[in-house]
Design a binder for this molecule. Structure first.
Ligand code: EZ4
Ligand code: CO
Length: 402
Protein backbone atom coordinates (compact mmCIF):
# COMPACT_ATOMS: atom_id res chain seq x y z
CA UNK A 1 0.00 0.00 0.00
CA UNK A 2 1.26 3.48 -0.88
CA UNK A 3 1.07 6.08 1.87
CA UNK A 4 1.05 9.85 1.92
CA UNK A 5 4.58 10.93 2.79
CA UNK A 6 4.36 14.67 2.28
CA UNK A 7 1.91 17.53 1.90
CA UNK A 8 3.15 21.01 1.17
CA UNK A 9 1.21 24.27 1.11
CA UNK A 10 2.46 26.55 -1.67
CA UNK A 11 1.46 30.20 -1.56
CA UNK A 12 2.26 32.24 -4.64
CA UNK A 13 1.11 35.47 -6.26
CA UNK A 14 1.74 35.40 -10.02
CA UNK A 15 -0.61 38.28 -10.83
CA UNK A 16 -2.91 37.30 -7.95
CA UNK A 17 -2.73 35.10 -4.85
CA UNK A 18 -3.11 31.33 -5.02
CA UNK A 19 -2.81 28.67 -2.32
CA UNK A 20 -2.08 25.15 -3.57
CA UNK A 21 -1.69 21.86 -1.70
CA UNK A 22 0.81 19.39 -3.16
CA UNK A 23 0.56 15.85 -1.80
CA UNK A 24 3.35 13.29 -2.34
CA UNK A 25 3.05 9.51 -1.88
CA UNK A 26 5.58 6.83 -0.96
CA UNK A 27 5.59 5.83 -4.65
CA UNK A 28 6.78 9.33 -5.57
CA UNK A 29 3.46 10.33 -7.17
CA UNK A 30 2.31 13.93 -6.58
CA UNK A 31 -1.12 15.54 -6.77
CA UNK A 32 -2.31 19.14 -6.67
CA UNK A 33 -5.36 20.73 -5.04
CA UNK A 34 -6.44 24.38 -5.13
CA UNK A 35 -6.99 25.97 -1.70
CA UNK A 36 -7.50 29.61 -2.71
CA UNK A 37 -10.12 31.63 -0.80
CA UNK A 38 -9.93 35.14 -2.23
CA UNK A 39 -9.04 37.73 0.41
CA UNK A 40 -8.82 35.09 3.19
CA UNK A 41 -6.01 32.98 1.71
CA UNK A 42 -3.83 32.58 4.79
CA UNK A 43 -6.66 31.21 6.93
CA UNK A 44 -6.93 28.19 4.61
CA UNK A 45 -3.14 27.88 4.39
CA UNK A 46 -2.95 27.74 8.21
CA UNK A 47 -5.88 25.27 8.42
CA UNK A 48 -4.03 22.99 6.04
CA UNK A 49 -0.53 23.43 7.43
CA UNK A 50 -1.40 23.37 11.13
CA UNK A 51 -4.39 21.03 11.22
CA UNK A 52 -4.70 18.81 8.14
CA UNK A 53 -1.16 18.06 6.94
CA UNK A 54 -0.27 16.25 10.21
CA UNK A 55 -3.36 14.03 9.73
CA UNK A 56 -2.48 13.11 6.16
CA UNK A 57 0.98 11.67 6.71
CA UNK A 58 0.95 7.86 6.64
CA UNK A 59 -2.63 7.57 5.36
CA UNK A 60 -3.74 5.67 2.24
CA UNK A 61 -4.10 8.08 -0.72
CA UNK A 62 -6.45 5.64 -2.51
CA UNK A 63 -9.31 6.05 -0.01
CA UNK A 64 -10.66 9.35 -1.23
CA UNK A 65 -14.23 9.07 0.08
CA UNK A 66 -12.99 7.84 3.45
CA UNK A 67 -10.53 10.74 3.64
CA UNK A 68 -13.36 13.18 2.89
CA UNK A 69 -15.54 11.73 5.64
CA UNK A 70 -12.59 11.65 8.05
CA UNK A 71 -11.75 15.33 7.51
CA UNK A 72 -15.39 16.51 7.44
CA UNK A 73 -16.83 14.52 10.34
CA UNK A 74 -13.51 14.34 12.16
CA UNK A 75 -13.33 18.13 12.49
CA UNK A 76 -16.55 18.08 14.55
CA UNK A 77 -16.94 21.76 13.42
CA UNK A 78 -18.70 21.35 10.11
CA UNK A 79 -18.89 23.33 6.89
CA UNK A 80 -17.76 26.94 6.41
CA UNK A 81 -15.62 28.28 3.55
CA UNK A 82 -12.24 27.81 5.29
CA UNK A 83 -12.83 24.19 6.33
CA UNK A 84 -14.47 23.19 3.05
CA UNK A 85 -11.76 24.83 0.91
CA UNK A 86 -9.09 22.99 2.89
CA UNK A 87 -10.93 19.66 2.49
CA UNK A 88 -11.37 20.44 -1.22
CA UNK A 89 -7.62 20.85 -1.64
CA UNK A 90 -6.92 17.42 -0.13
CA UNK A 91 -9.72 15.79 -2.12
CA UNK A 92 -8.66 17.32 -5.46
CA UNK A 93 -5.02 16.34 -4.92
CA UNK A 94 -6.06 12.73 -4.19
CA UNK A 95 -8.12 12.52 -7.41
CA UNK A 96 -5.08 13.86 -9.28
CA UNK A 97 -2.90 11.17 -7.68
CA UNK A 98 -5.43 8.39 -8.37
CA UNK A 99 -5.56 9.39 -12.02
CA UNK A 100 -1.79 9.39 -12.34
CA UNK A 101 -1.52 5.97 -10.64
CA UNK A 102 -4.26 4.55 -12.89
CA UNK A 103 -2.83 6.22 -16.00
CA UNK A 104 -6.23 7.83 -16.62
CA UNK A 105 -7.53 11.38 -16.86
CA UNK A 106 -9.82 12.18 -13.92
CA UNK A 107 -12.86 12.27 -16.22
CA UNK A 108 -12.36 8.57 -16.87
CA UNK A 109 -12.19 7.83 -13.16
CA UNK A 110 -15.52 9.68 -12.86
CA UNK A 111 -17.21 7.38 -15.36
CA UNK A 112 -16.02 8.82 -18.63
CA UNK A 113 -17.09 11.73 -20.78
CA UNK A 114 -20.71 12.51 -21.59
CA UNK A 115 -19.45 15.24 -23.95
CA UNK A 116 -16.04 16.13 -25.40
CA UNK A 117 -15.84 19.70 -24.12
CA UNK A 118 -17.56 22.04 -21.67
CA UNK A 119 -19.22 25.15 -23.13
CA UNK A 120 -17.88 28.24 -21.36
CA UNK A 121 -19.09 31.78 -20.96
CA UNK A 122 -16.73 34.73 -21.19
CA UNK A 123 -16.97 38.08 -19.41
CA UNK A 124 -17.77 41.05 -21.62
CA UNK A 125 -17.84 44.38 -19.82
CA UNK A 126 -17.54 48.10 -20.36
CA UNK A 127 -17.31 51.43 -18.59
CA UNK A 128 -20.26 52.40 -20.82
CA UNK A 129 -22.83 50.55 -22.95
CA UNK A 130 -20.83 51.45 -26.09
CA UNK A 131 -17.70 49.84 -24.60
CA UNK A 132 -19.72 46.79 -23.56
CA UNK A 133 -21.06 46.36 -27.11
CA UNK A 134 -17.47 46.40 -28.46
CA UNK A 135 -16.47 43.81 -25.89
CA UNK A 136 -19.43 41.54 -26.72
CA UNK A 137 -18.38 41.76 -30.40
CA UNK A 138 -14.85 40.71 -29.41
CA UNK A 139 -16.10 37.61 -27.54
CA UNK A 140 -18.35 36.68 -30.46
CA UNK A 141 -15.36 36.96 -32.81
CA UNK A 142 -13.38 34.71 -30.46
CA UNK A 143 -16.03 32.03 -30.93
CA UNK A 144 -17.76 32.23 -27.55
CA UNK A 145 -21.32 30.84 -27.62
CA UNK A 146 -22.19 32.24 -24.18
CA UNK A 147 -21.31 35.74 -22.98
CA UNK A 148 -21.86 37.47 -19.65
CA UNK A 149 -22.53 41.20 -20.04
CA UNK A 150 -21.84 43.79 -17.33
CA UNK A 151 -21.50 47.58 -17.65
CA UNK A 152 -20.81 50.45 -15.26
CA UNK A 153 -24.04 51.96 -13.97
CA UNK A 154 -23.81 55.73 -14.50
CA UNK A 155 -23.23 57.28 -11.06
CA UNK A 156 -22.35 53.93 -9.38
CA UNK A 157 -18.55 53.58 -9.37
CA UNK A 158 -19.00 50.31 -7.49
CA UNK A 159 -20.77 48.55 -10.38
CA UNK A 160 -19.85 44.89 -10.33
CA UNK A 161 -17.86 43.15 -13.05
CA UNK A 162 -16.33 45.97 -15.11
CA UNK A 163 -12.84 45.14 -16.31
CA UNK A 164 -10.11 47.75 -16.25
CA UNK A 165 -7.35 46.55 -18.57
CA UNK A 166 -6.89 43.01 -19.81
CA UNK A 167 -7.82 41.07 -16.64
CA UNK A 168 -10.71 41.55 -14.21
CA UNK A 169 -9.35 41.26 -10.64
CA UNK A 170 -11.65 42.73 -7.99
CA UNK A 171 -9.22 41.92 -5.12
CA UNK A 172 -6.88 44.70 -6.13
CA UNK A 173 -5.93 46.67 -3.03
CA UNK A 174 -3.90 46.02 0.16
CA UNK A 175 -6.93 47.02 2.23
CA UNK A 176 -10.56 46.76 1.08
CA UNK A 177 -11.60 49.52 -1.30
CA UNK A 178 -15.02 50.97 -0.45
CA UNK A 179 -17.28 51.33 -3.48
CA UNK A 180 -20.51 53.30 -3.82
CA UNK A 181 -23.65 51.52 -5.00
CA UNK A 182 -27.17 52.64 -5.90
CA UNK A 183 -29.74 49.86 -6.37
CA UNK A 184 -32.24 52.33 -7.85
CA UNK A 185 -29.81 53.45 -10.57
CA UNK A 186 -28.90 49.83 -11.35
CA UNK A 187 -32.54 48.73 -11.69
CA UNK A 188 -33.18 51.59 -14.11
CA UNK A 189 -30.08 50.85 -16.13
CA UNK A 190 -29.67 47.07 -16.38
CA UNK A 191 -32.68 46.17 -18.61
CA UNK A 192 -31.90 48.86 -21.17
CA UNK A 193 -28.19 48.01 -21.12
CA UNK A 194 -28.78 44.31 -21.85
CA UNK A 195 -31.58 45.28 -24.25
CA UNK A 196 -29.04 47.14 -26.36
CA UNK A 197 -26.86 44.00 -26.47
CA UNK A 198 -29.77 41.94 -27.86
CA UNK A 199 -30.75 44.76 -30.23
CA UNK A 200 -27.27 44.87 -31.74
CA UNK A 201 -26.36 41.15 -31.75
CA UNK A 202 -29.68 39.32 -31.75
CA UNK A 203 -30.46 36.01 -30.09
CA UNK A 204 -28.02 33.53 -31.62
CA UNK A 205 -25.85 33.35 -28.49
CA UNK A 206 -26.44 32.81 -24.78
CA UNK A 207 -26.57 36.05 -22.79
CA UNK A 208 -25.83 35.96 -19.05
CA UNK A 209 -25.80 38.61 -16.33
CA UNK A 210 -24.47 38.65 -12.74
CA UNK A 211 -26.40 40.69 -10.15
CA UNK A 212 -23.78 39.76 -7.52
CA UNK A 213 -26.14 39.35 -4.55
CA UNK A 214 -27.21 43.01 -4.51
CA UNK A 215 -31.03 42.93 -4.56
CA UNK A 216 -33.94 42.03 -2.32
CA UNK A 217 -36.30 39.27 -3.55
CA UNK A 218 -38.87 41.92 -4.53
CA UNK A 219 -36.32 43.88 -6.56
CA UNK A 220 -34.96 40.68 -8.10
CA UNK A 221 -38.43 39.58 -9.19
CA UNK A 222 -39.03 42.93 -10.86
CA UNK A 223 -35.65 42.84 -12.64
CA UNK A 224 -36.16 39.24 -13.78
CA UNK A 225 -39.51 40.24 -15.28
CA UNK A 226 -37.91 43.17 -17.10
CA UNK A 227 -35.30 40.75 -18.52
CA UNK A 228 -37.86 38.20 -19.79
CA UNK A 229 -38.08 39.43 -23.37
CA UNK A 230 -34.24 39.34 -23.58
CA UNK A 231 -34.32 35.55 -22.94
CA UNK A 232 -31.27 35.44 -20.69
CA UNK A 233 -29.45 32.14 -20.21
CA UNK A 234 -29.45 33.13 -16.55
CA UNK A 235 -29.66 35.92 -14.00
CA UNK A 236 -26.92 35.14 -11.47
CA UNK A 237 -26.99 35.70 -7.70
CA UNK A 238 -30.05 37.97 -7.69
CA UNK A 239 -30.04 38.13 -3.87
CA UNK A 240 -27.78 36.89 -1.08
CA UNK A 241 -28.68 33.22 -0.67
CA UNK A 242 -28.46 32.57 3.05
CA UNK A 243 -32.26 32.68 2.98
CA UNK A 244 -33.06 29.87 0.56
CA UNK A 245 -36.84 30.29 0.83
CA UNK A 246 -36.58 33.87 -0.47
CA UNK A 247 -36.04 32.37 -3.92
CA UNK A 248 -39.68 31.23 -3.90
CA UNK A 249 -40.69 34.86 -4.22
CA UNK A 250 -38.30 35.48 -7.13
CA UNK A 251 -39.60 32.34 -8.83
CA UNK A 252 -43.22 33.42 -8.52
CA UNK A 253 -42.39 36.78 -10.09
CA UNK A 254 -40.41 35.71 -13.15
CA UNK A 255 -39.50 32.97 -15.62
CA UNK A 256 -35.97 34.34 -16.14
CA UNK A 257 -33.67 31.41 -15.25
CA UNK A 258 -31.85 31.79 -11.93
CA UNK A 259 -28.26 30.73 -11.14
CA UNK A 260 -26.66 30.80 -7.70
CA UNK A 261 -23.92 29.14 -5.67
CA UNK A 262 -20.44 30.62 -6.07
CA UNK A 263 -20.15 31.28 -2.32
CA UNK A 264 -21.74 27.96 -1.28
CA UNK A 265 -19.54 25.46 0.48
CA UNK A 266 -21.77 22.44 1.00
CA UNK A 267 -24.82 20.61 -0.24
CA UNK A 268 -26.71 22.04 2.74
CA UNK A 269 -26.43 25.54 1.24
CA UNK A 270 -28.46 24.50 -1.79
CA UNK A 271 -30.54 21.50 -0.73
CA UNK A 272 -33.77 23.50 -0.56
CA UNK A 273 -32.95 25.56 -3.66
CA UNK A 274 -32.51 22.33 -5.62
CA UNK A 275 -35.24 20.10 -4.21
CA UNK A 276 -37.89 22.83 -4.49
CA UNK A 277 -36.58 23.78 -7.95
CA UNK A 278 -36.07 27.39 -6.87
CA UNK A 279 -33.06 27.70 -9.21
CA UNK A 280 -32.14 26.51 -12.70
CA UNK A 281 -28.34 26.40 -12.35
CA UNK A 282 -26.13 25.49 -9.40
CA UNK A 283 -22.82 27.38 -9.51
CA UNK A 284 -20.87 25.77 -6.65
CA UNK A 285 -17.20 25.06 -7.38
CA UNK A 286 -14.69 22.28 -6.73
CA UNK A 287 -12.49 24.52 -4.57
CA UNK A 288 -15.12 26.12 -2.34
CA UNK A 289 -17.58 23.23 -2.07
CA UNK A 290 -15.47 20.42 -0.68
CA UNK A 291 -13.67 19.12 -3.75
CA UNK A 292 -14.62 16.81 -6.59
CA UNK A 293 -16.16 14.29 -4.18
CA UNK A 294 -18.64 16.73 -2.65
CA UNK A 295 -19.38 18.84 -5.74
CA UNK A 296 -20.22 15.64 -7.62
CA UNK A 297 -22.74 14.83 -4.88
CA UNK A 298 -24.32 18.29 -5.30
CA UNK A 299 -24.45 17.88 -9.09
CA UNK A 300 -26.07 14.46 -8.79
CA UNK A 301 -28.74 15.82 -6.42
CA UNK A 302 -29.33 18.66 -8.89
CA UNK A 303 -29.75 16.20 -11.75
CA UNK A 304 -32.73 14.58 -10.02
CA UNK A 305 -34.49 17.96 -10.07
CA UNK A 306 -33.52 19.10 -13.58
CA UNK A 307 -31.18 21.72 -12.18
CA UNK A 308 -28.12 22.14 -14.39
CA UNK A 309 -24.55 23.03 -13.47
CA UNK A 310 -22.71 26.29 -14.12
CA UNK A 311 -19.60 26.25 -11.97
CA UNK A 312 -17.91 29.39 -10.80
CA UNK A 313 -14.66 29.93 -12.70
CA UNK A 314 -13.31 33.40 -11.96
CA UNK A 315 -9.53 33.93 -11.98
CA UNK A 316 -9.35 33.57 -8.19
CA UNK A 317 -10.02 29.86 -8.78
CA UNK A 318 -6.60 28.55 -9.79
CA UNK A 319 -5.83 26.59 -12.97
CA UNK A 320 -5.92 23.46 -10.77
CA UNK A 321 -9.55 24.25 -9.89
CA UNK A 322 -10.45 25.07 -13.45
CA UNK A 323 -8.97 21.83 -14.69
CA UNK A 324 -10.82 19.82 -12.01
CA UNK A 325 -14.04 21.64 -12.95
CA UNK A 326 -13.68 20.76 -16.63
CA UNK A 327 -12.99 17.08 -15.82
CA UNK A 328 -16.20 16.97 -13.78
CA UNK A 329 -18.21 19.10 -16.27
CA UNK A 330 -17.62 16.72 -19.15
CA UNK A 331 -18.89 13.75 -17.15
CA UNK A 332 -22.15 14.96 -15.56
CA UNK A 333 -25.40 14.50 -17.52
CA UNK A 334 -26.82 17.81 -16.22
CA UNK A 335 -23.94 20.07 -17.28
CA UNK A 336 -25.05 23.60 -18.21
CA UNK A 337 -22.09 25.90 -18.72
CA UNK A 338 -18.69 26.64 -17.19
CA UNK A 339 -17.59 30.15 -16.25
CA UNK A 340 -14.20 30.97 -17.78
CA UNK A 341 -11.96 33.96 -17.31
CA UNK A 342 -8.54 33.31 -18.81
CA UNK A 343 -5.73 33.42 -16.25
CA UNK A 344 -2.96 35.93 -16.84
CA UNK A 345 0.31 34.99 -18.58
CA UNK A 346 2.07 35.44 -15.19
CA UNK A 347 -0.25 32.84 -13.62
CA UNK A 348 0.68 30.43 -16.42
CA UNK A 349 4.38 30.91 -15.63
CA UNK A 350 3.61 29.00 -12.42
CA UNK A 351 0.78 26.68 -13.52
CA UNK A 352 1.24 24.64 -16.72
CA UNK A 353 -2.13 23.48 -17.95
CA UNK A 354 -3.35 20.98 -20.49
CA UNK A 355 -6.94 22.11 -21.06
CA UNK A 356 -7.70 23.87 -24.33
CA UNK A 357 -10.24 26.48 -25.39
CA UNK A 358 -11.78 25.77 -28.82
CA UNK A 359 -15.01 27.12 -30.33
CA UNK A 360 -16.23 28.51 -27.03
CA UNK A 361 -15.64 25.30 -25.06
CA UNK A 362 -12.91 23.99 -22.76
CA UNK A 363 -11.52 20.53 -23.53
CA UNK A 364 -9.78 18.67 -20.70
CA UNK A 365 -6.31 17.28 -21.18
CA UNK A 366 -6.19 13.50 -21.64
CA UNK A 367 -3.04 13.30 -19.49
CA UNK A 368 -3.34 11.09 -16.38
CA UNK A 369 -4.82 12.92 -13.39
CA UNK A 370 -5.85 16.57 -13.74
CA UNK A 371 -3.14 17.49 -16.25
CA UNK A 372 -1.81 20.53 -14.37
CA UNK A 373 1.75 21.09 -13.15
CA UNK A 374 3.00 23.67 -10.69
CA UNK A 375 6.53 25.02 -11.20
CA UNK A 376 7.72 25.55 -7.63
CA UNK A 377 10.77 27.60 -8.64
CA UNK A 378 8.54 29.96 -10.60
CA UNK A 379 6.06 30.06 -7.67
CA UNK A 380 8.85 31.18 -5.32
CA UNK A 381 9.49 34.21 -7.52
CA UNK A 382 5.99 35.57 -6.71
CA UNK A 383 5.60 36.03 -2.92
CA UNK A 384 2.19 36.51 -1.29
CA UNK A 385 0.74 40.03 -1.40
CA UNK A 386 -2.18 40.93 0.91
CA UNK A 387 -5.20 41.75 -1.31
CA UNK A 388 -8.84 42.28 -0.36
CA UNK A 389 -12.12 42.28 -2.23
CA UNK A 390 -13.98 45.62 -2.17
CA UNK A 391 -16.73 46.52 0.31
CA UNK A 392 -19.97 48.02 -1.02
CA UNK A 393 -21.61 51.09 0.50
CA UNK A 394 -24.96 52.64 -0.34
CA UNK A 395 -25.18 56.32 -1.14
CA UNK A 396 -26.23 56.96 2.50
CA UNK A 397 -22.93 55.48 3.67
CA UNK A 398 -24.23 52.17 5.05
CA UNK A 399 -22.69 48.83 4.09
CA UNK A 400 -24.32 46.93 1.20
CA UNK A 401 -23.65 43.45 -0.22
CA UNK A 402 -20.68 43.68 -2.58
O1 EZ4 B 1 -16.77 38.21 -7.59
O2 EZ4 B 1 -14.70 35.31 -7.72
O3 EZ4 B 1 -19.25 35.16 -11.28
N1 EZ4 B 1 -18.21 35.50 -10.82
C1 EZ4 B 1 -18.03 36.31 -9.77
C2 EZ4 B 1 -16.60 36.53 -9.33
C3 EZ4 B 1 -16.48 36.86 -7.84
C4 EZ4 B 1 -15.05 36.60 -7.39
C5 EZ4 B 1 -14.88 36.84 -5.89
O4 EZ4 B 1 -13.62 36.39 -5.47
O5 EZ4 B 1 -18.99 36.80 -9.22
O6 EZ4 B 1 -16.01 37.52 -10.13
CO1 CO C 1 -20.78 35.75 -9.82
Amino acid sequence: MATITGAKVIITSPGRNFVTLKITTSDGVTGLGDATLNGRELAVAAYLRDHLVPLLIGRDPDRIEDMWQYLYKGAYWRRGPVTMTAIAAVDTALWDIKGKVAGMPVYDLLGGRARDGAMVYGHASGGSVAELLDDVARFRDLGYRAIRAQAAVPGSPGSYGVRHGAIYEPAATALPEEQLWSTEDYLDFAPSCLGQVREKFGFDFHLLHDVHHRLTPTEAGRLGRAFEELRLFWMEDPTPAELQESFRQIRRATTTPIAVGEVFNSIWDCQQLITERLIDYIRASVVHAGGITHLRRIFHLAELYQVRTGSHGATDLSPVSLSAAVHLDVTVPNFGVQEYMAHSPLTHEVFRTGYELRDGALYPSSAPGLGVELDEEAAARFPYEPKYLPVGRRTDGSVHDW
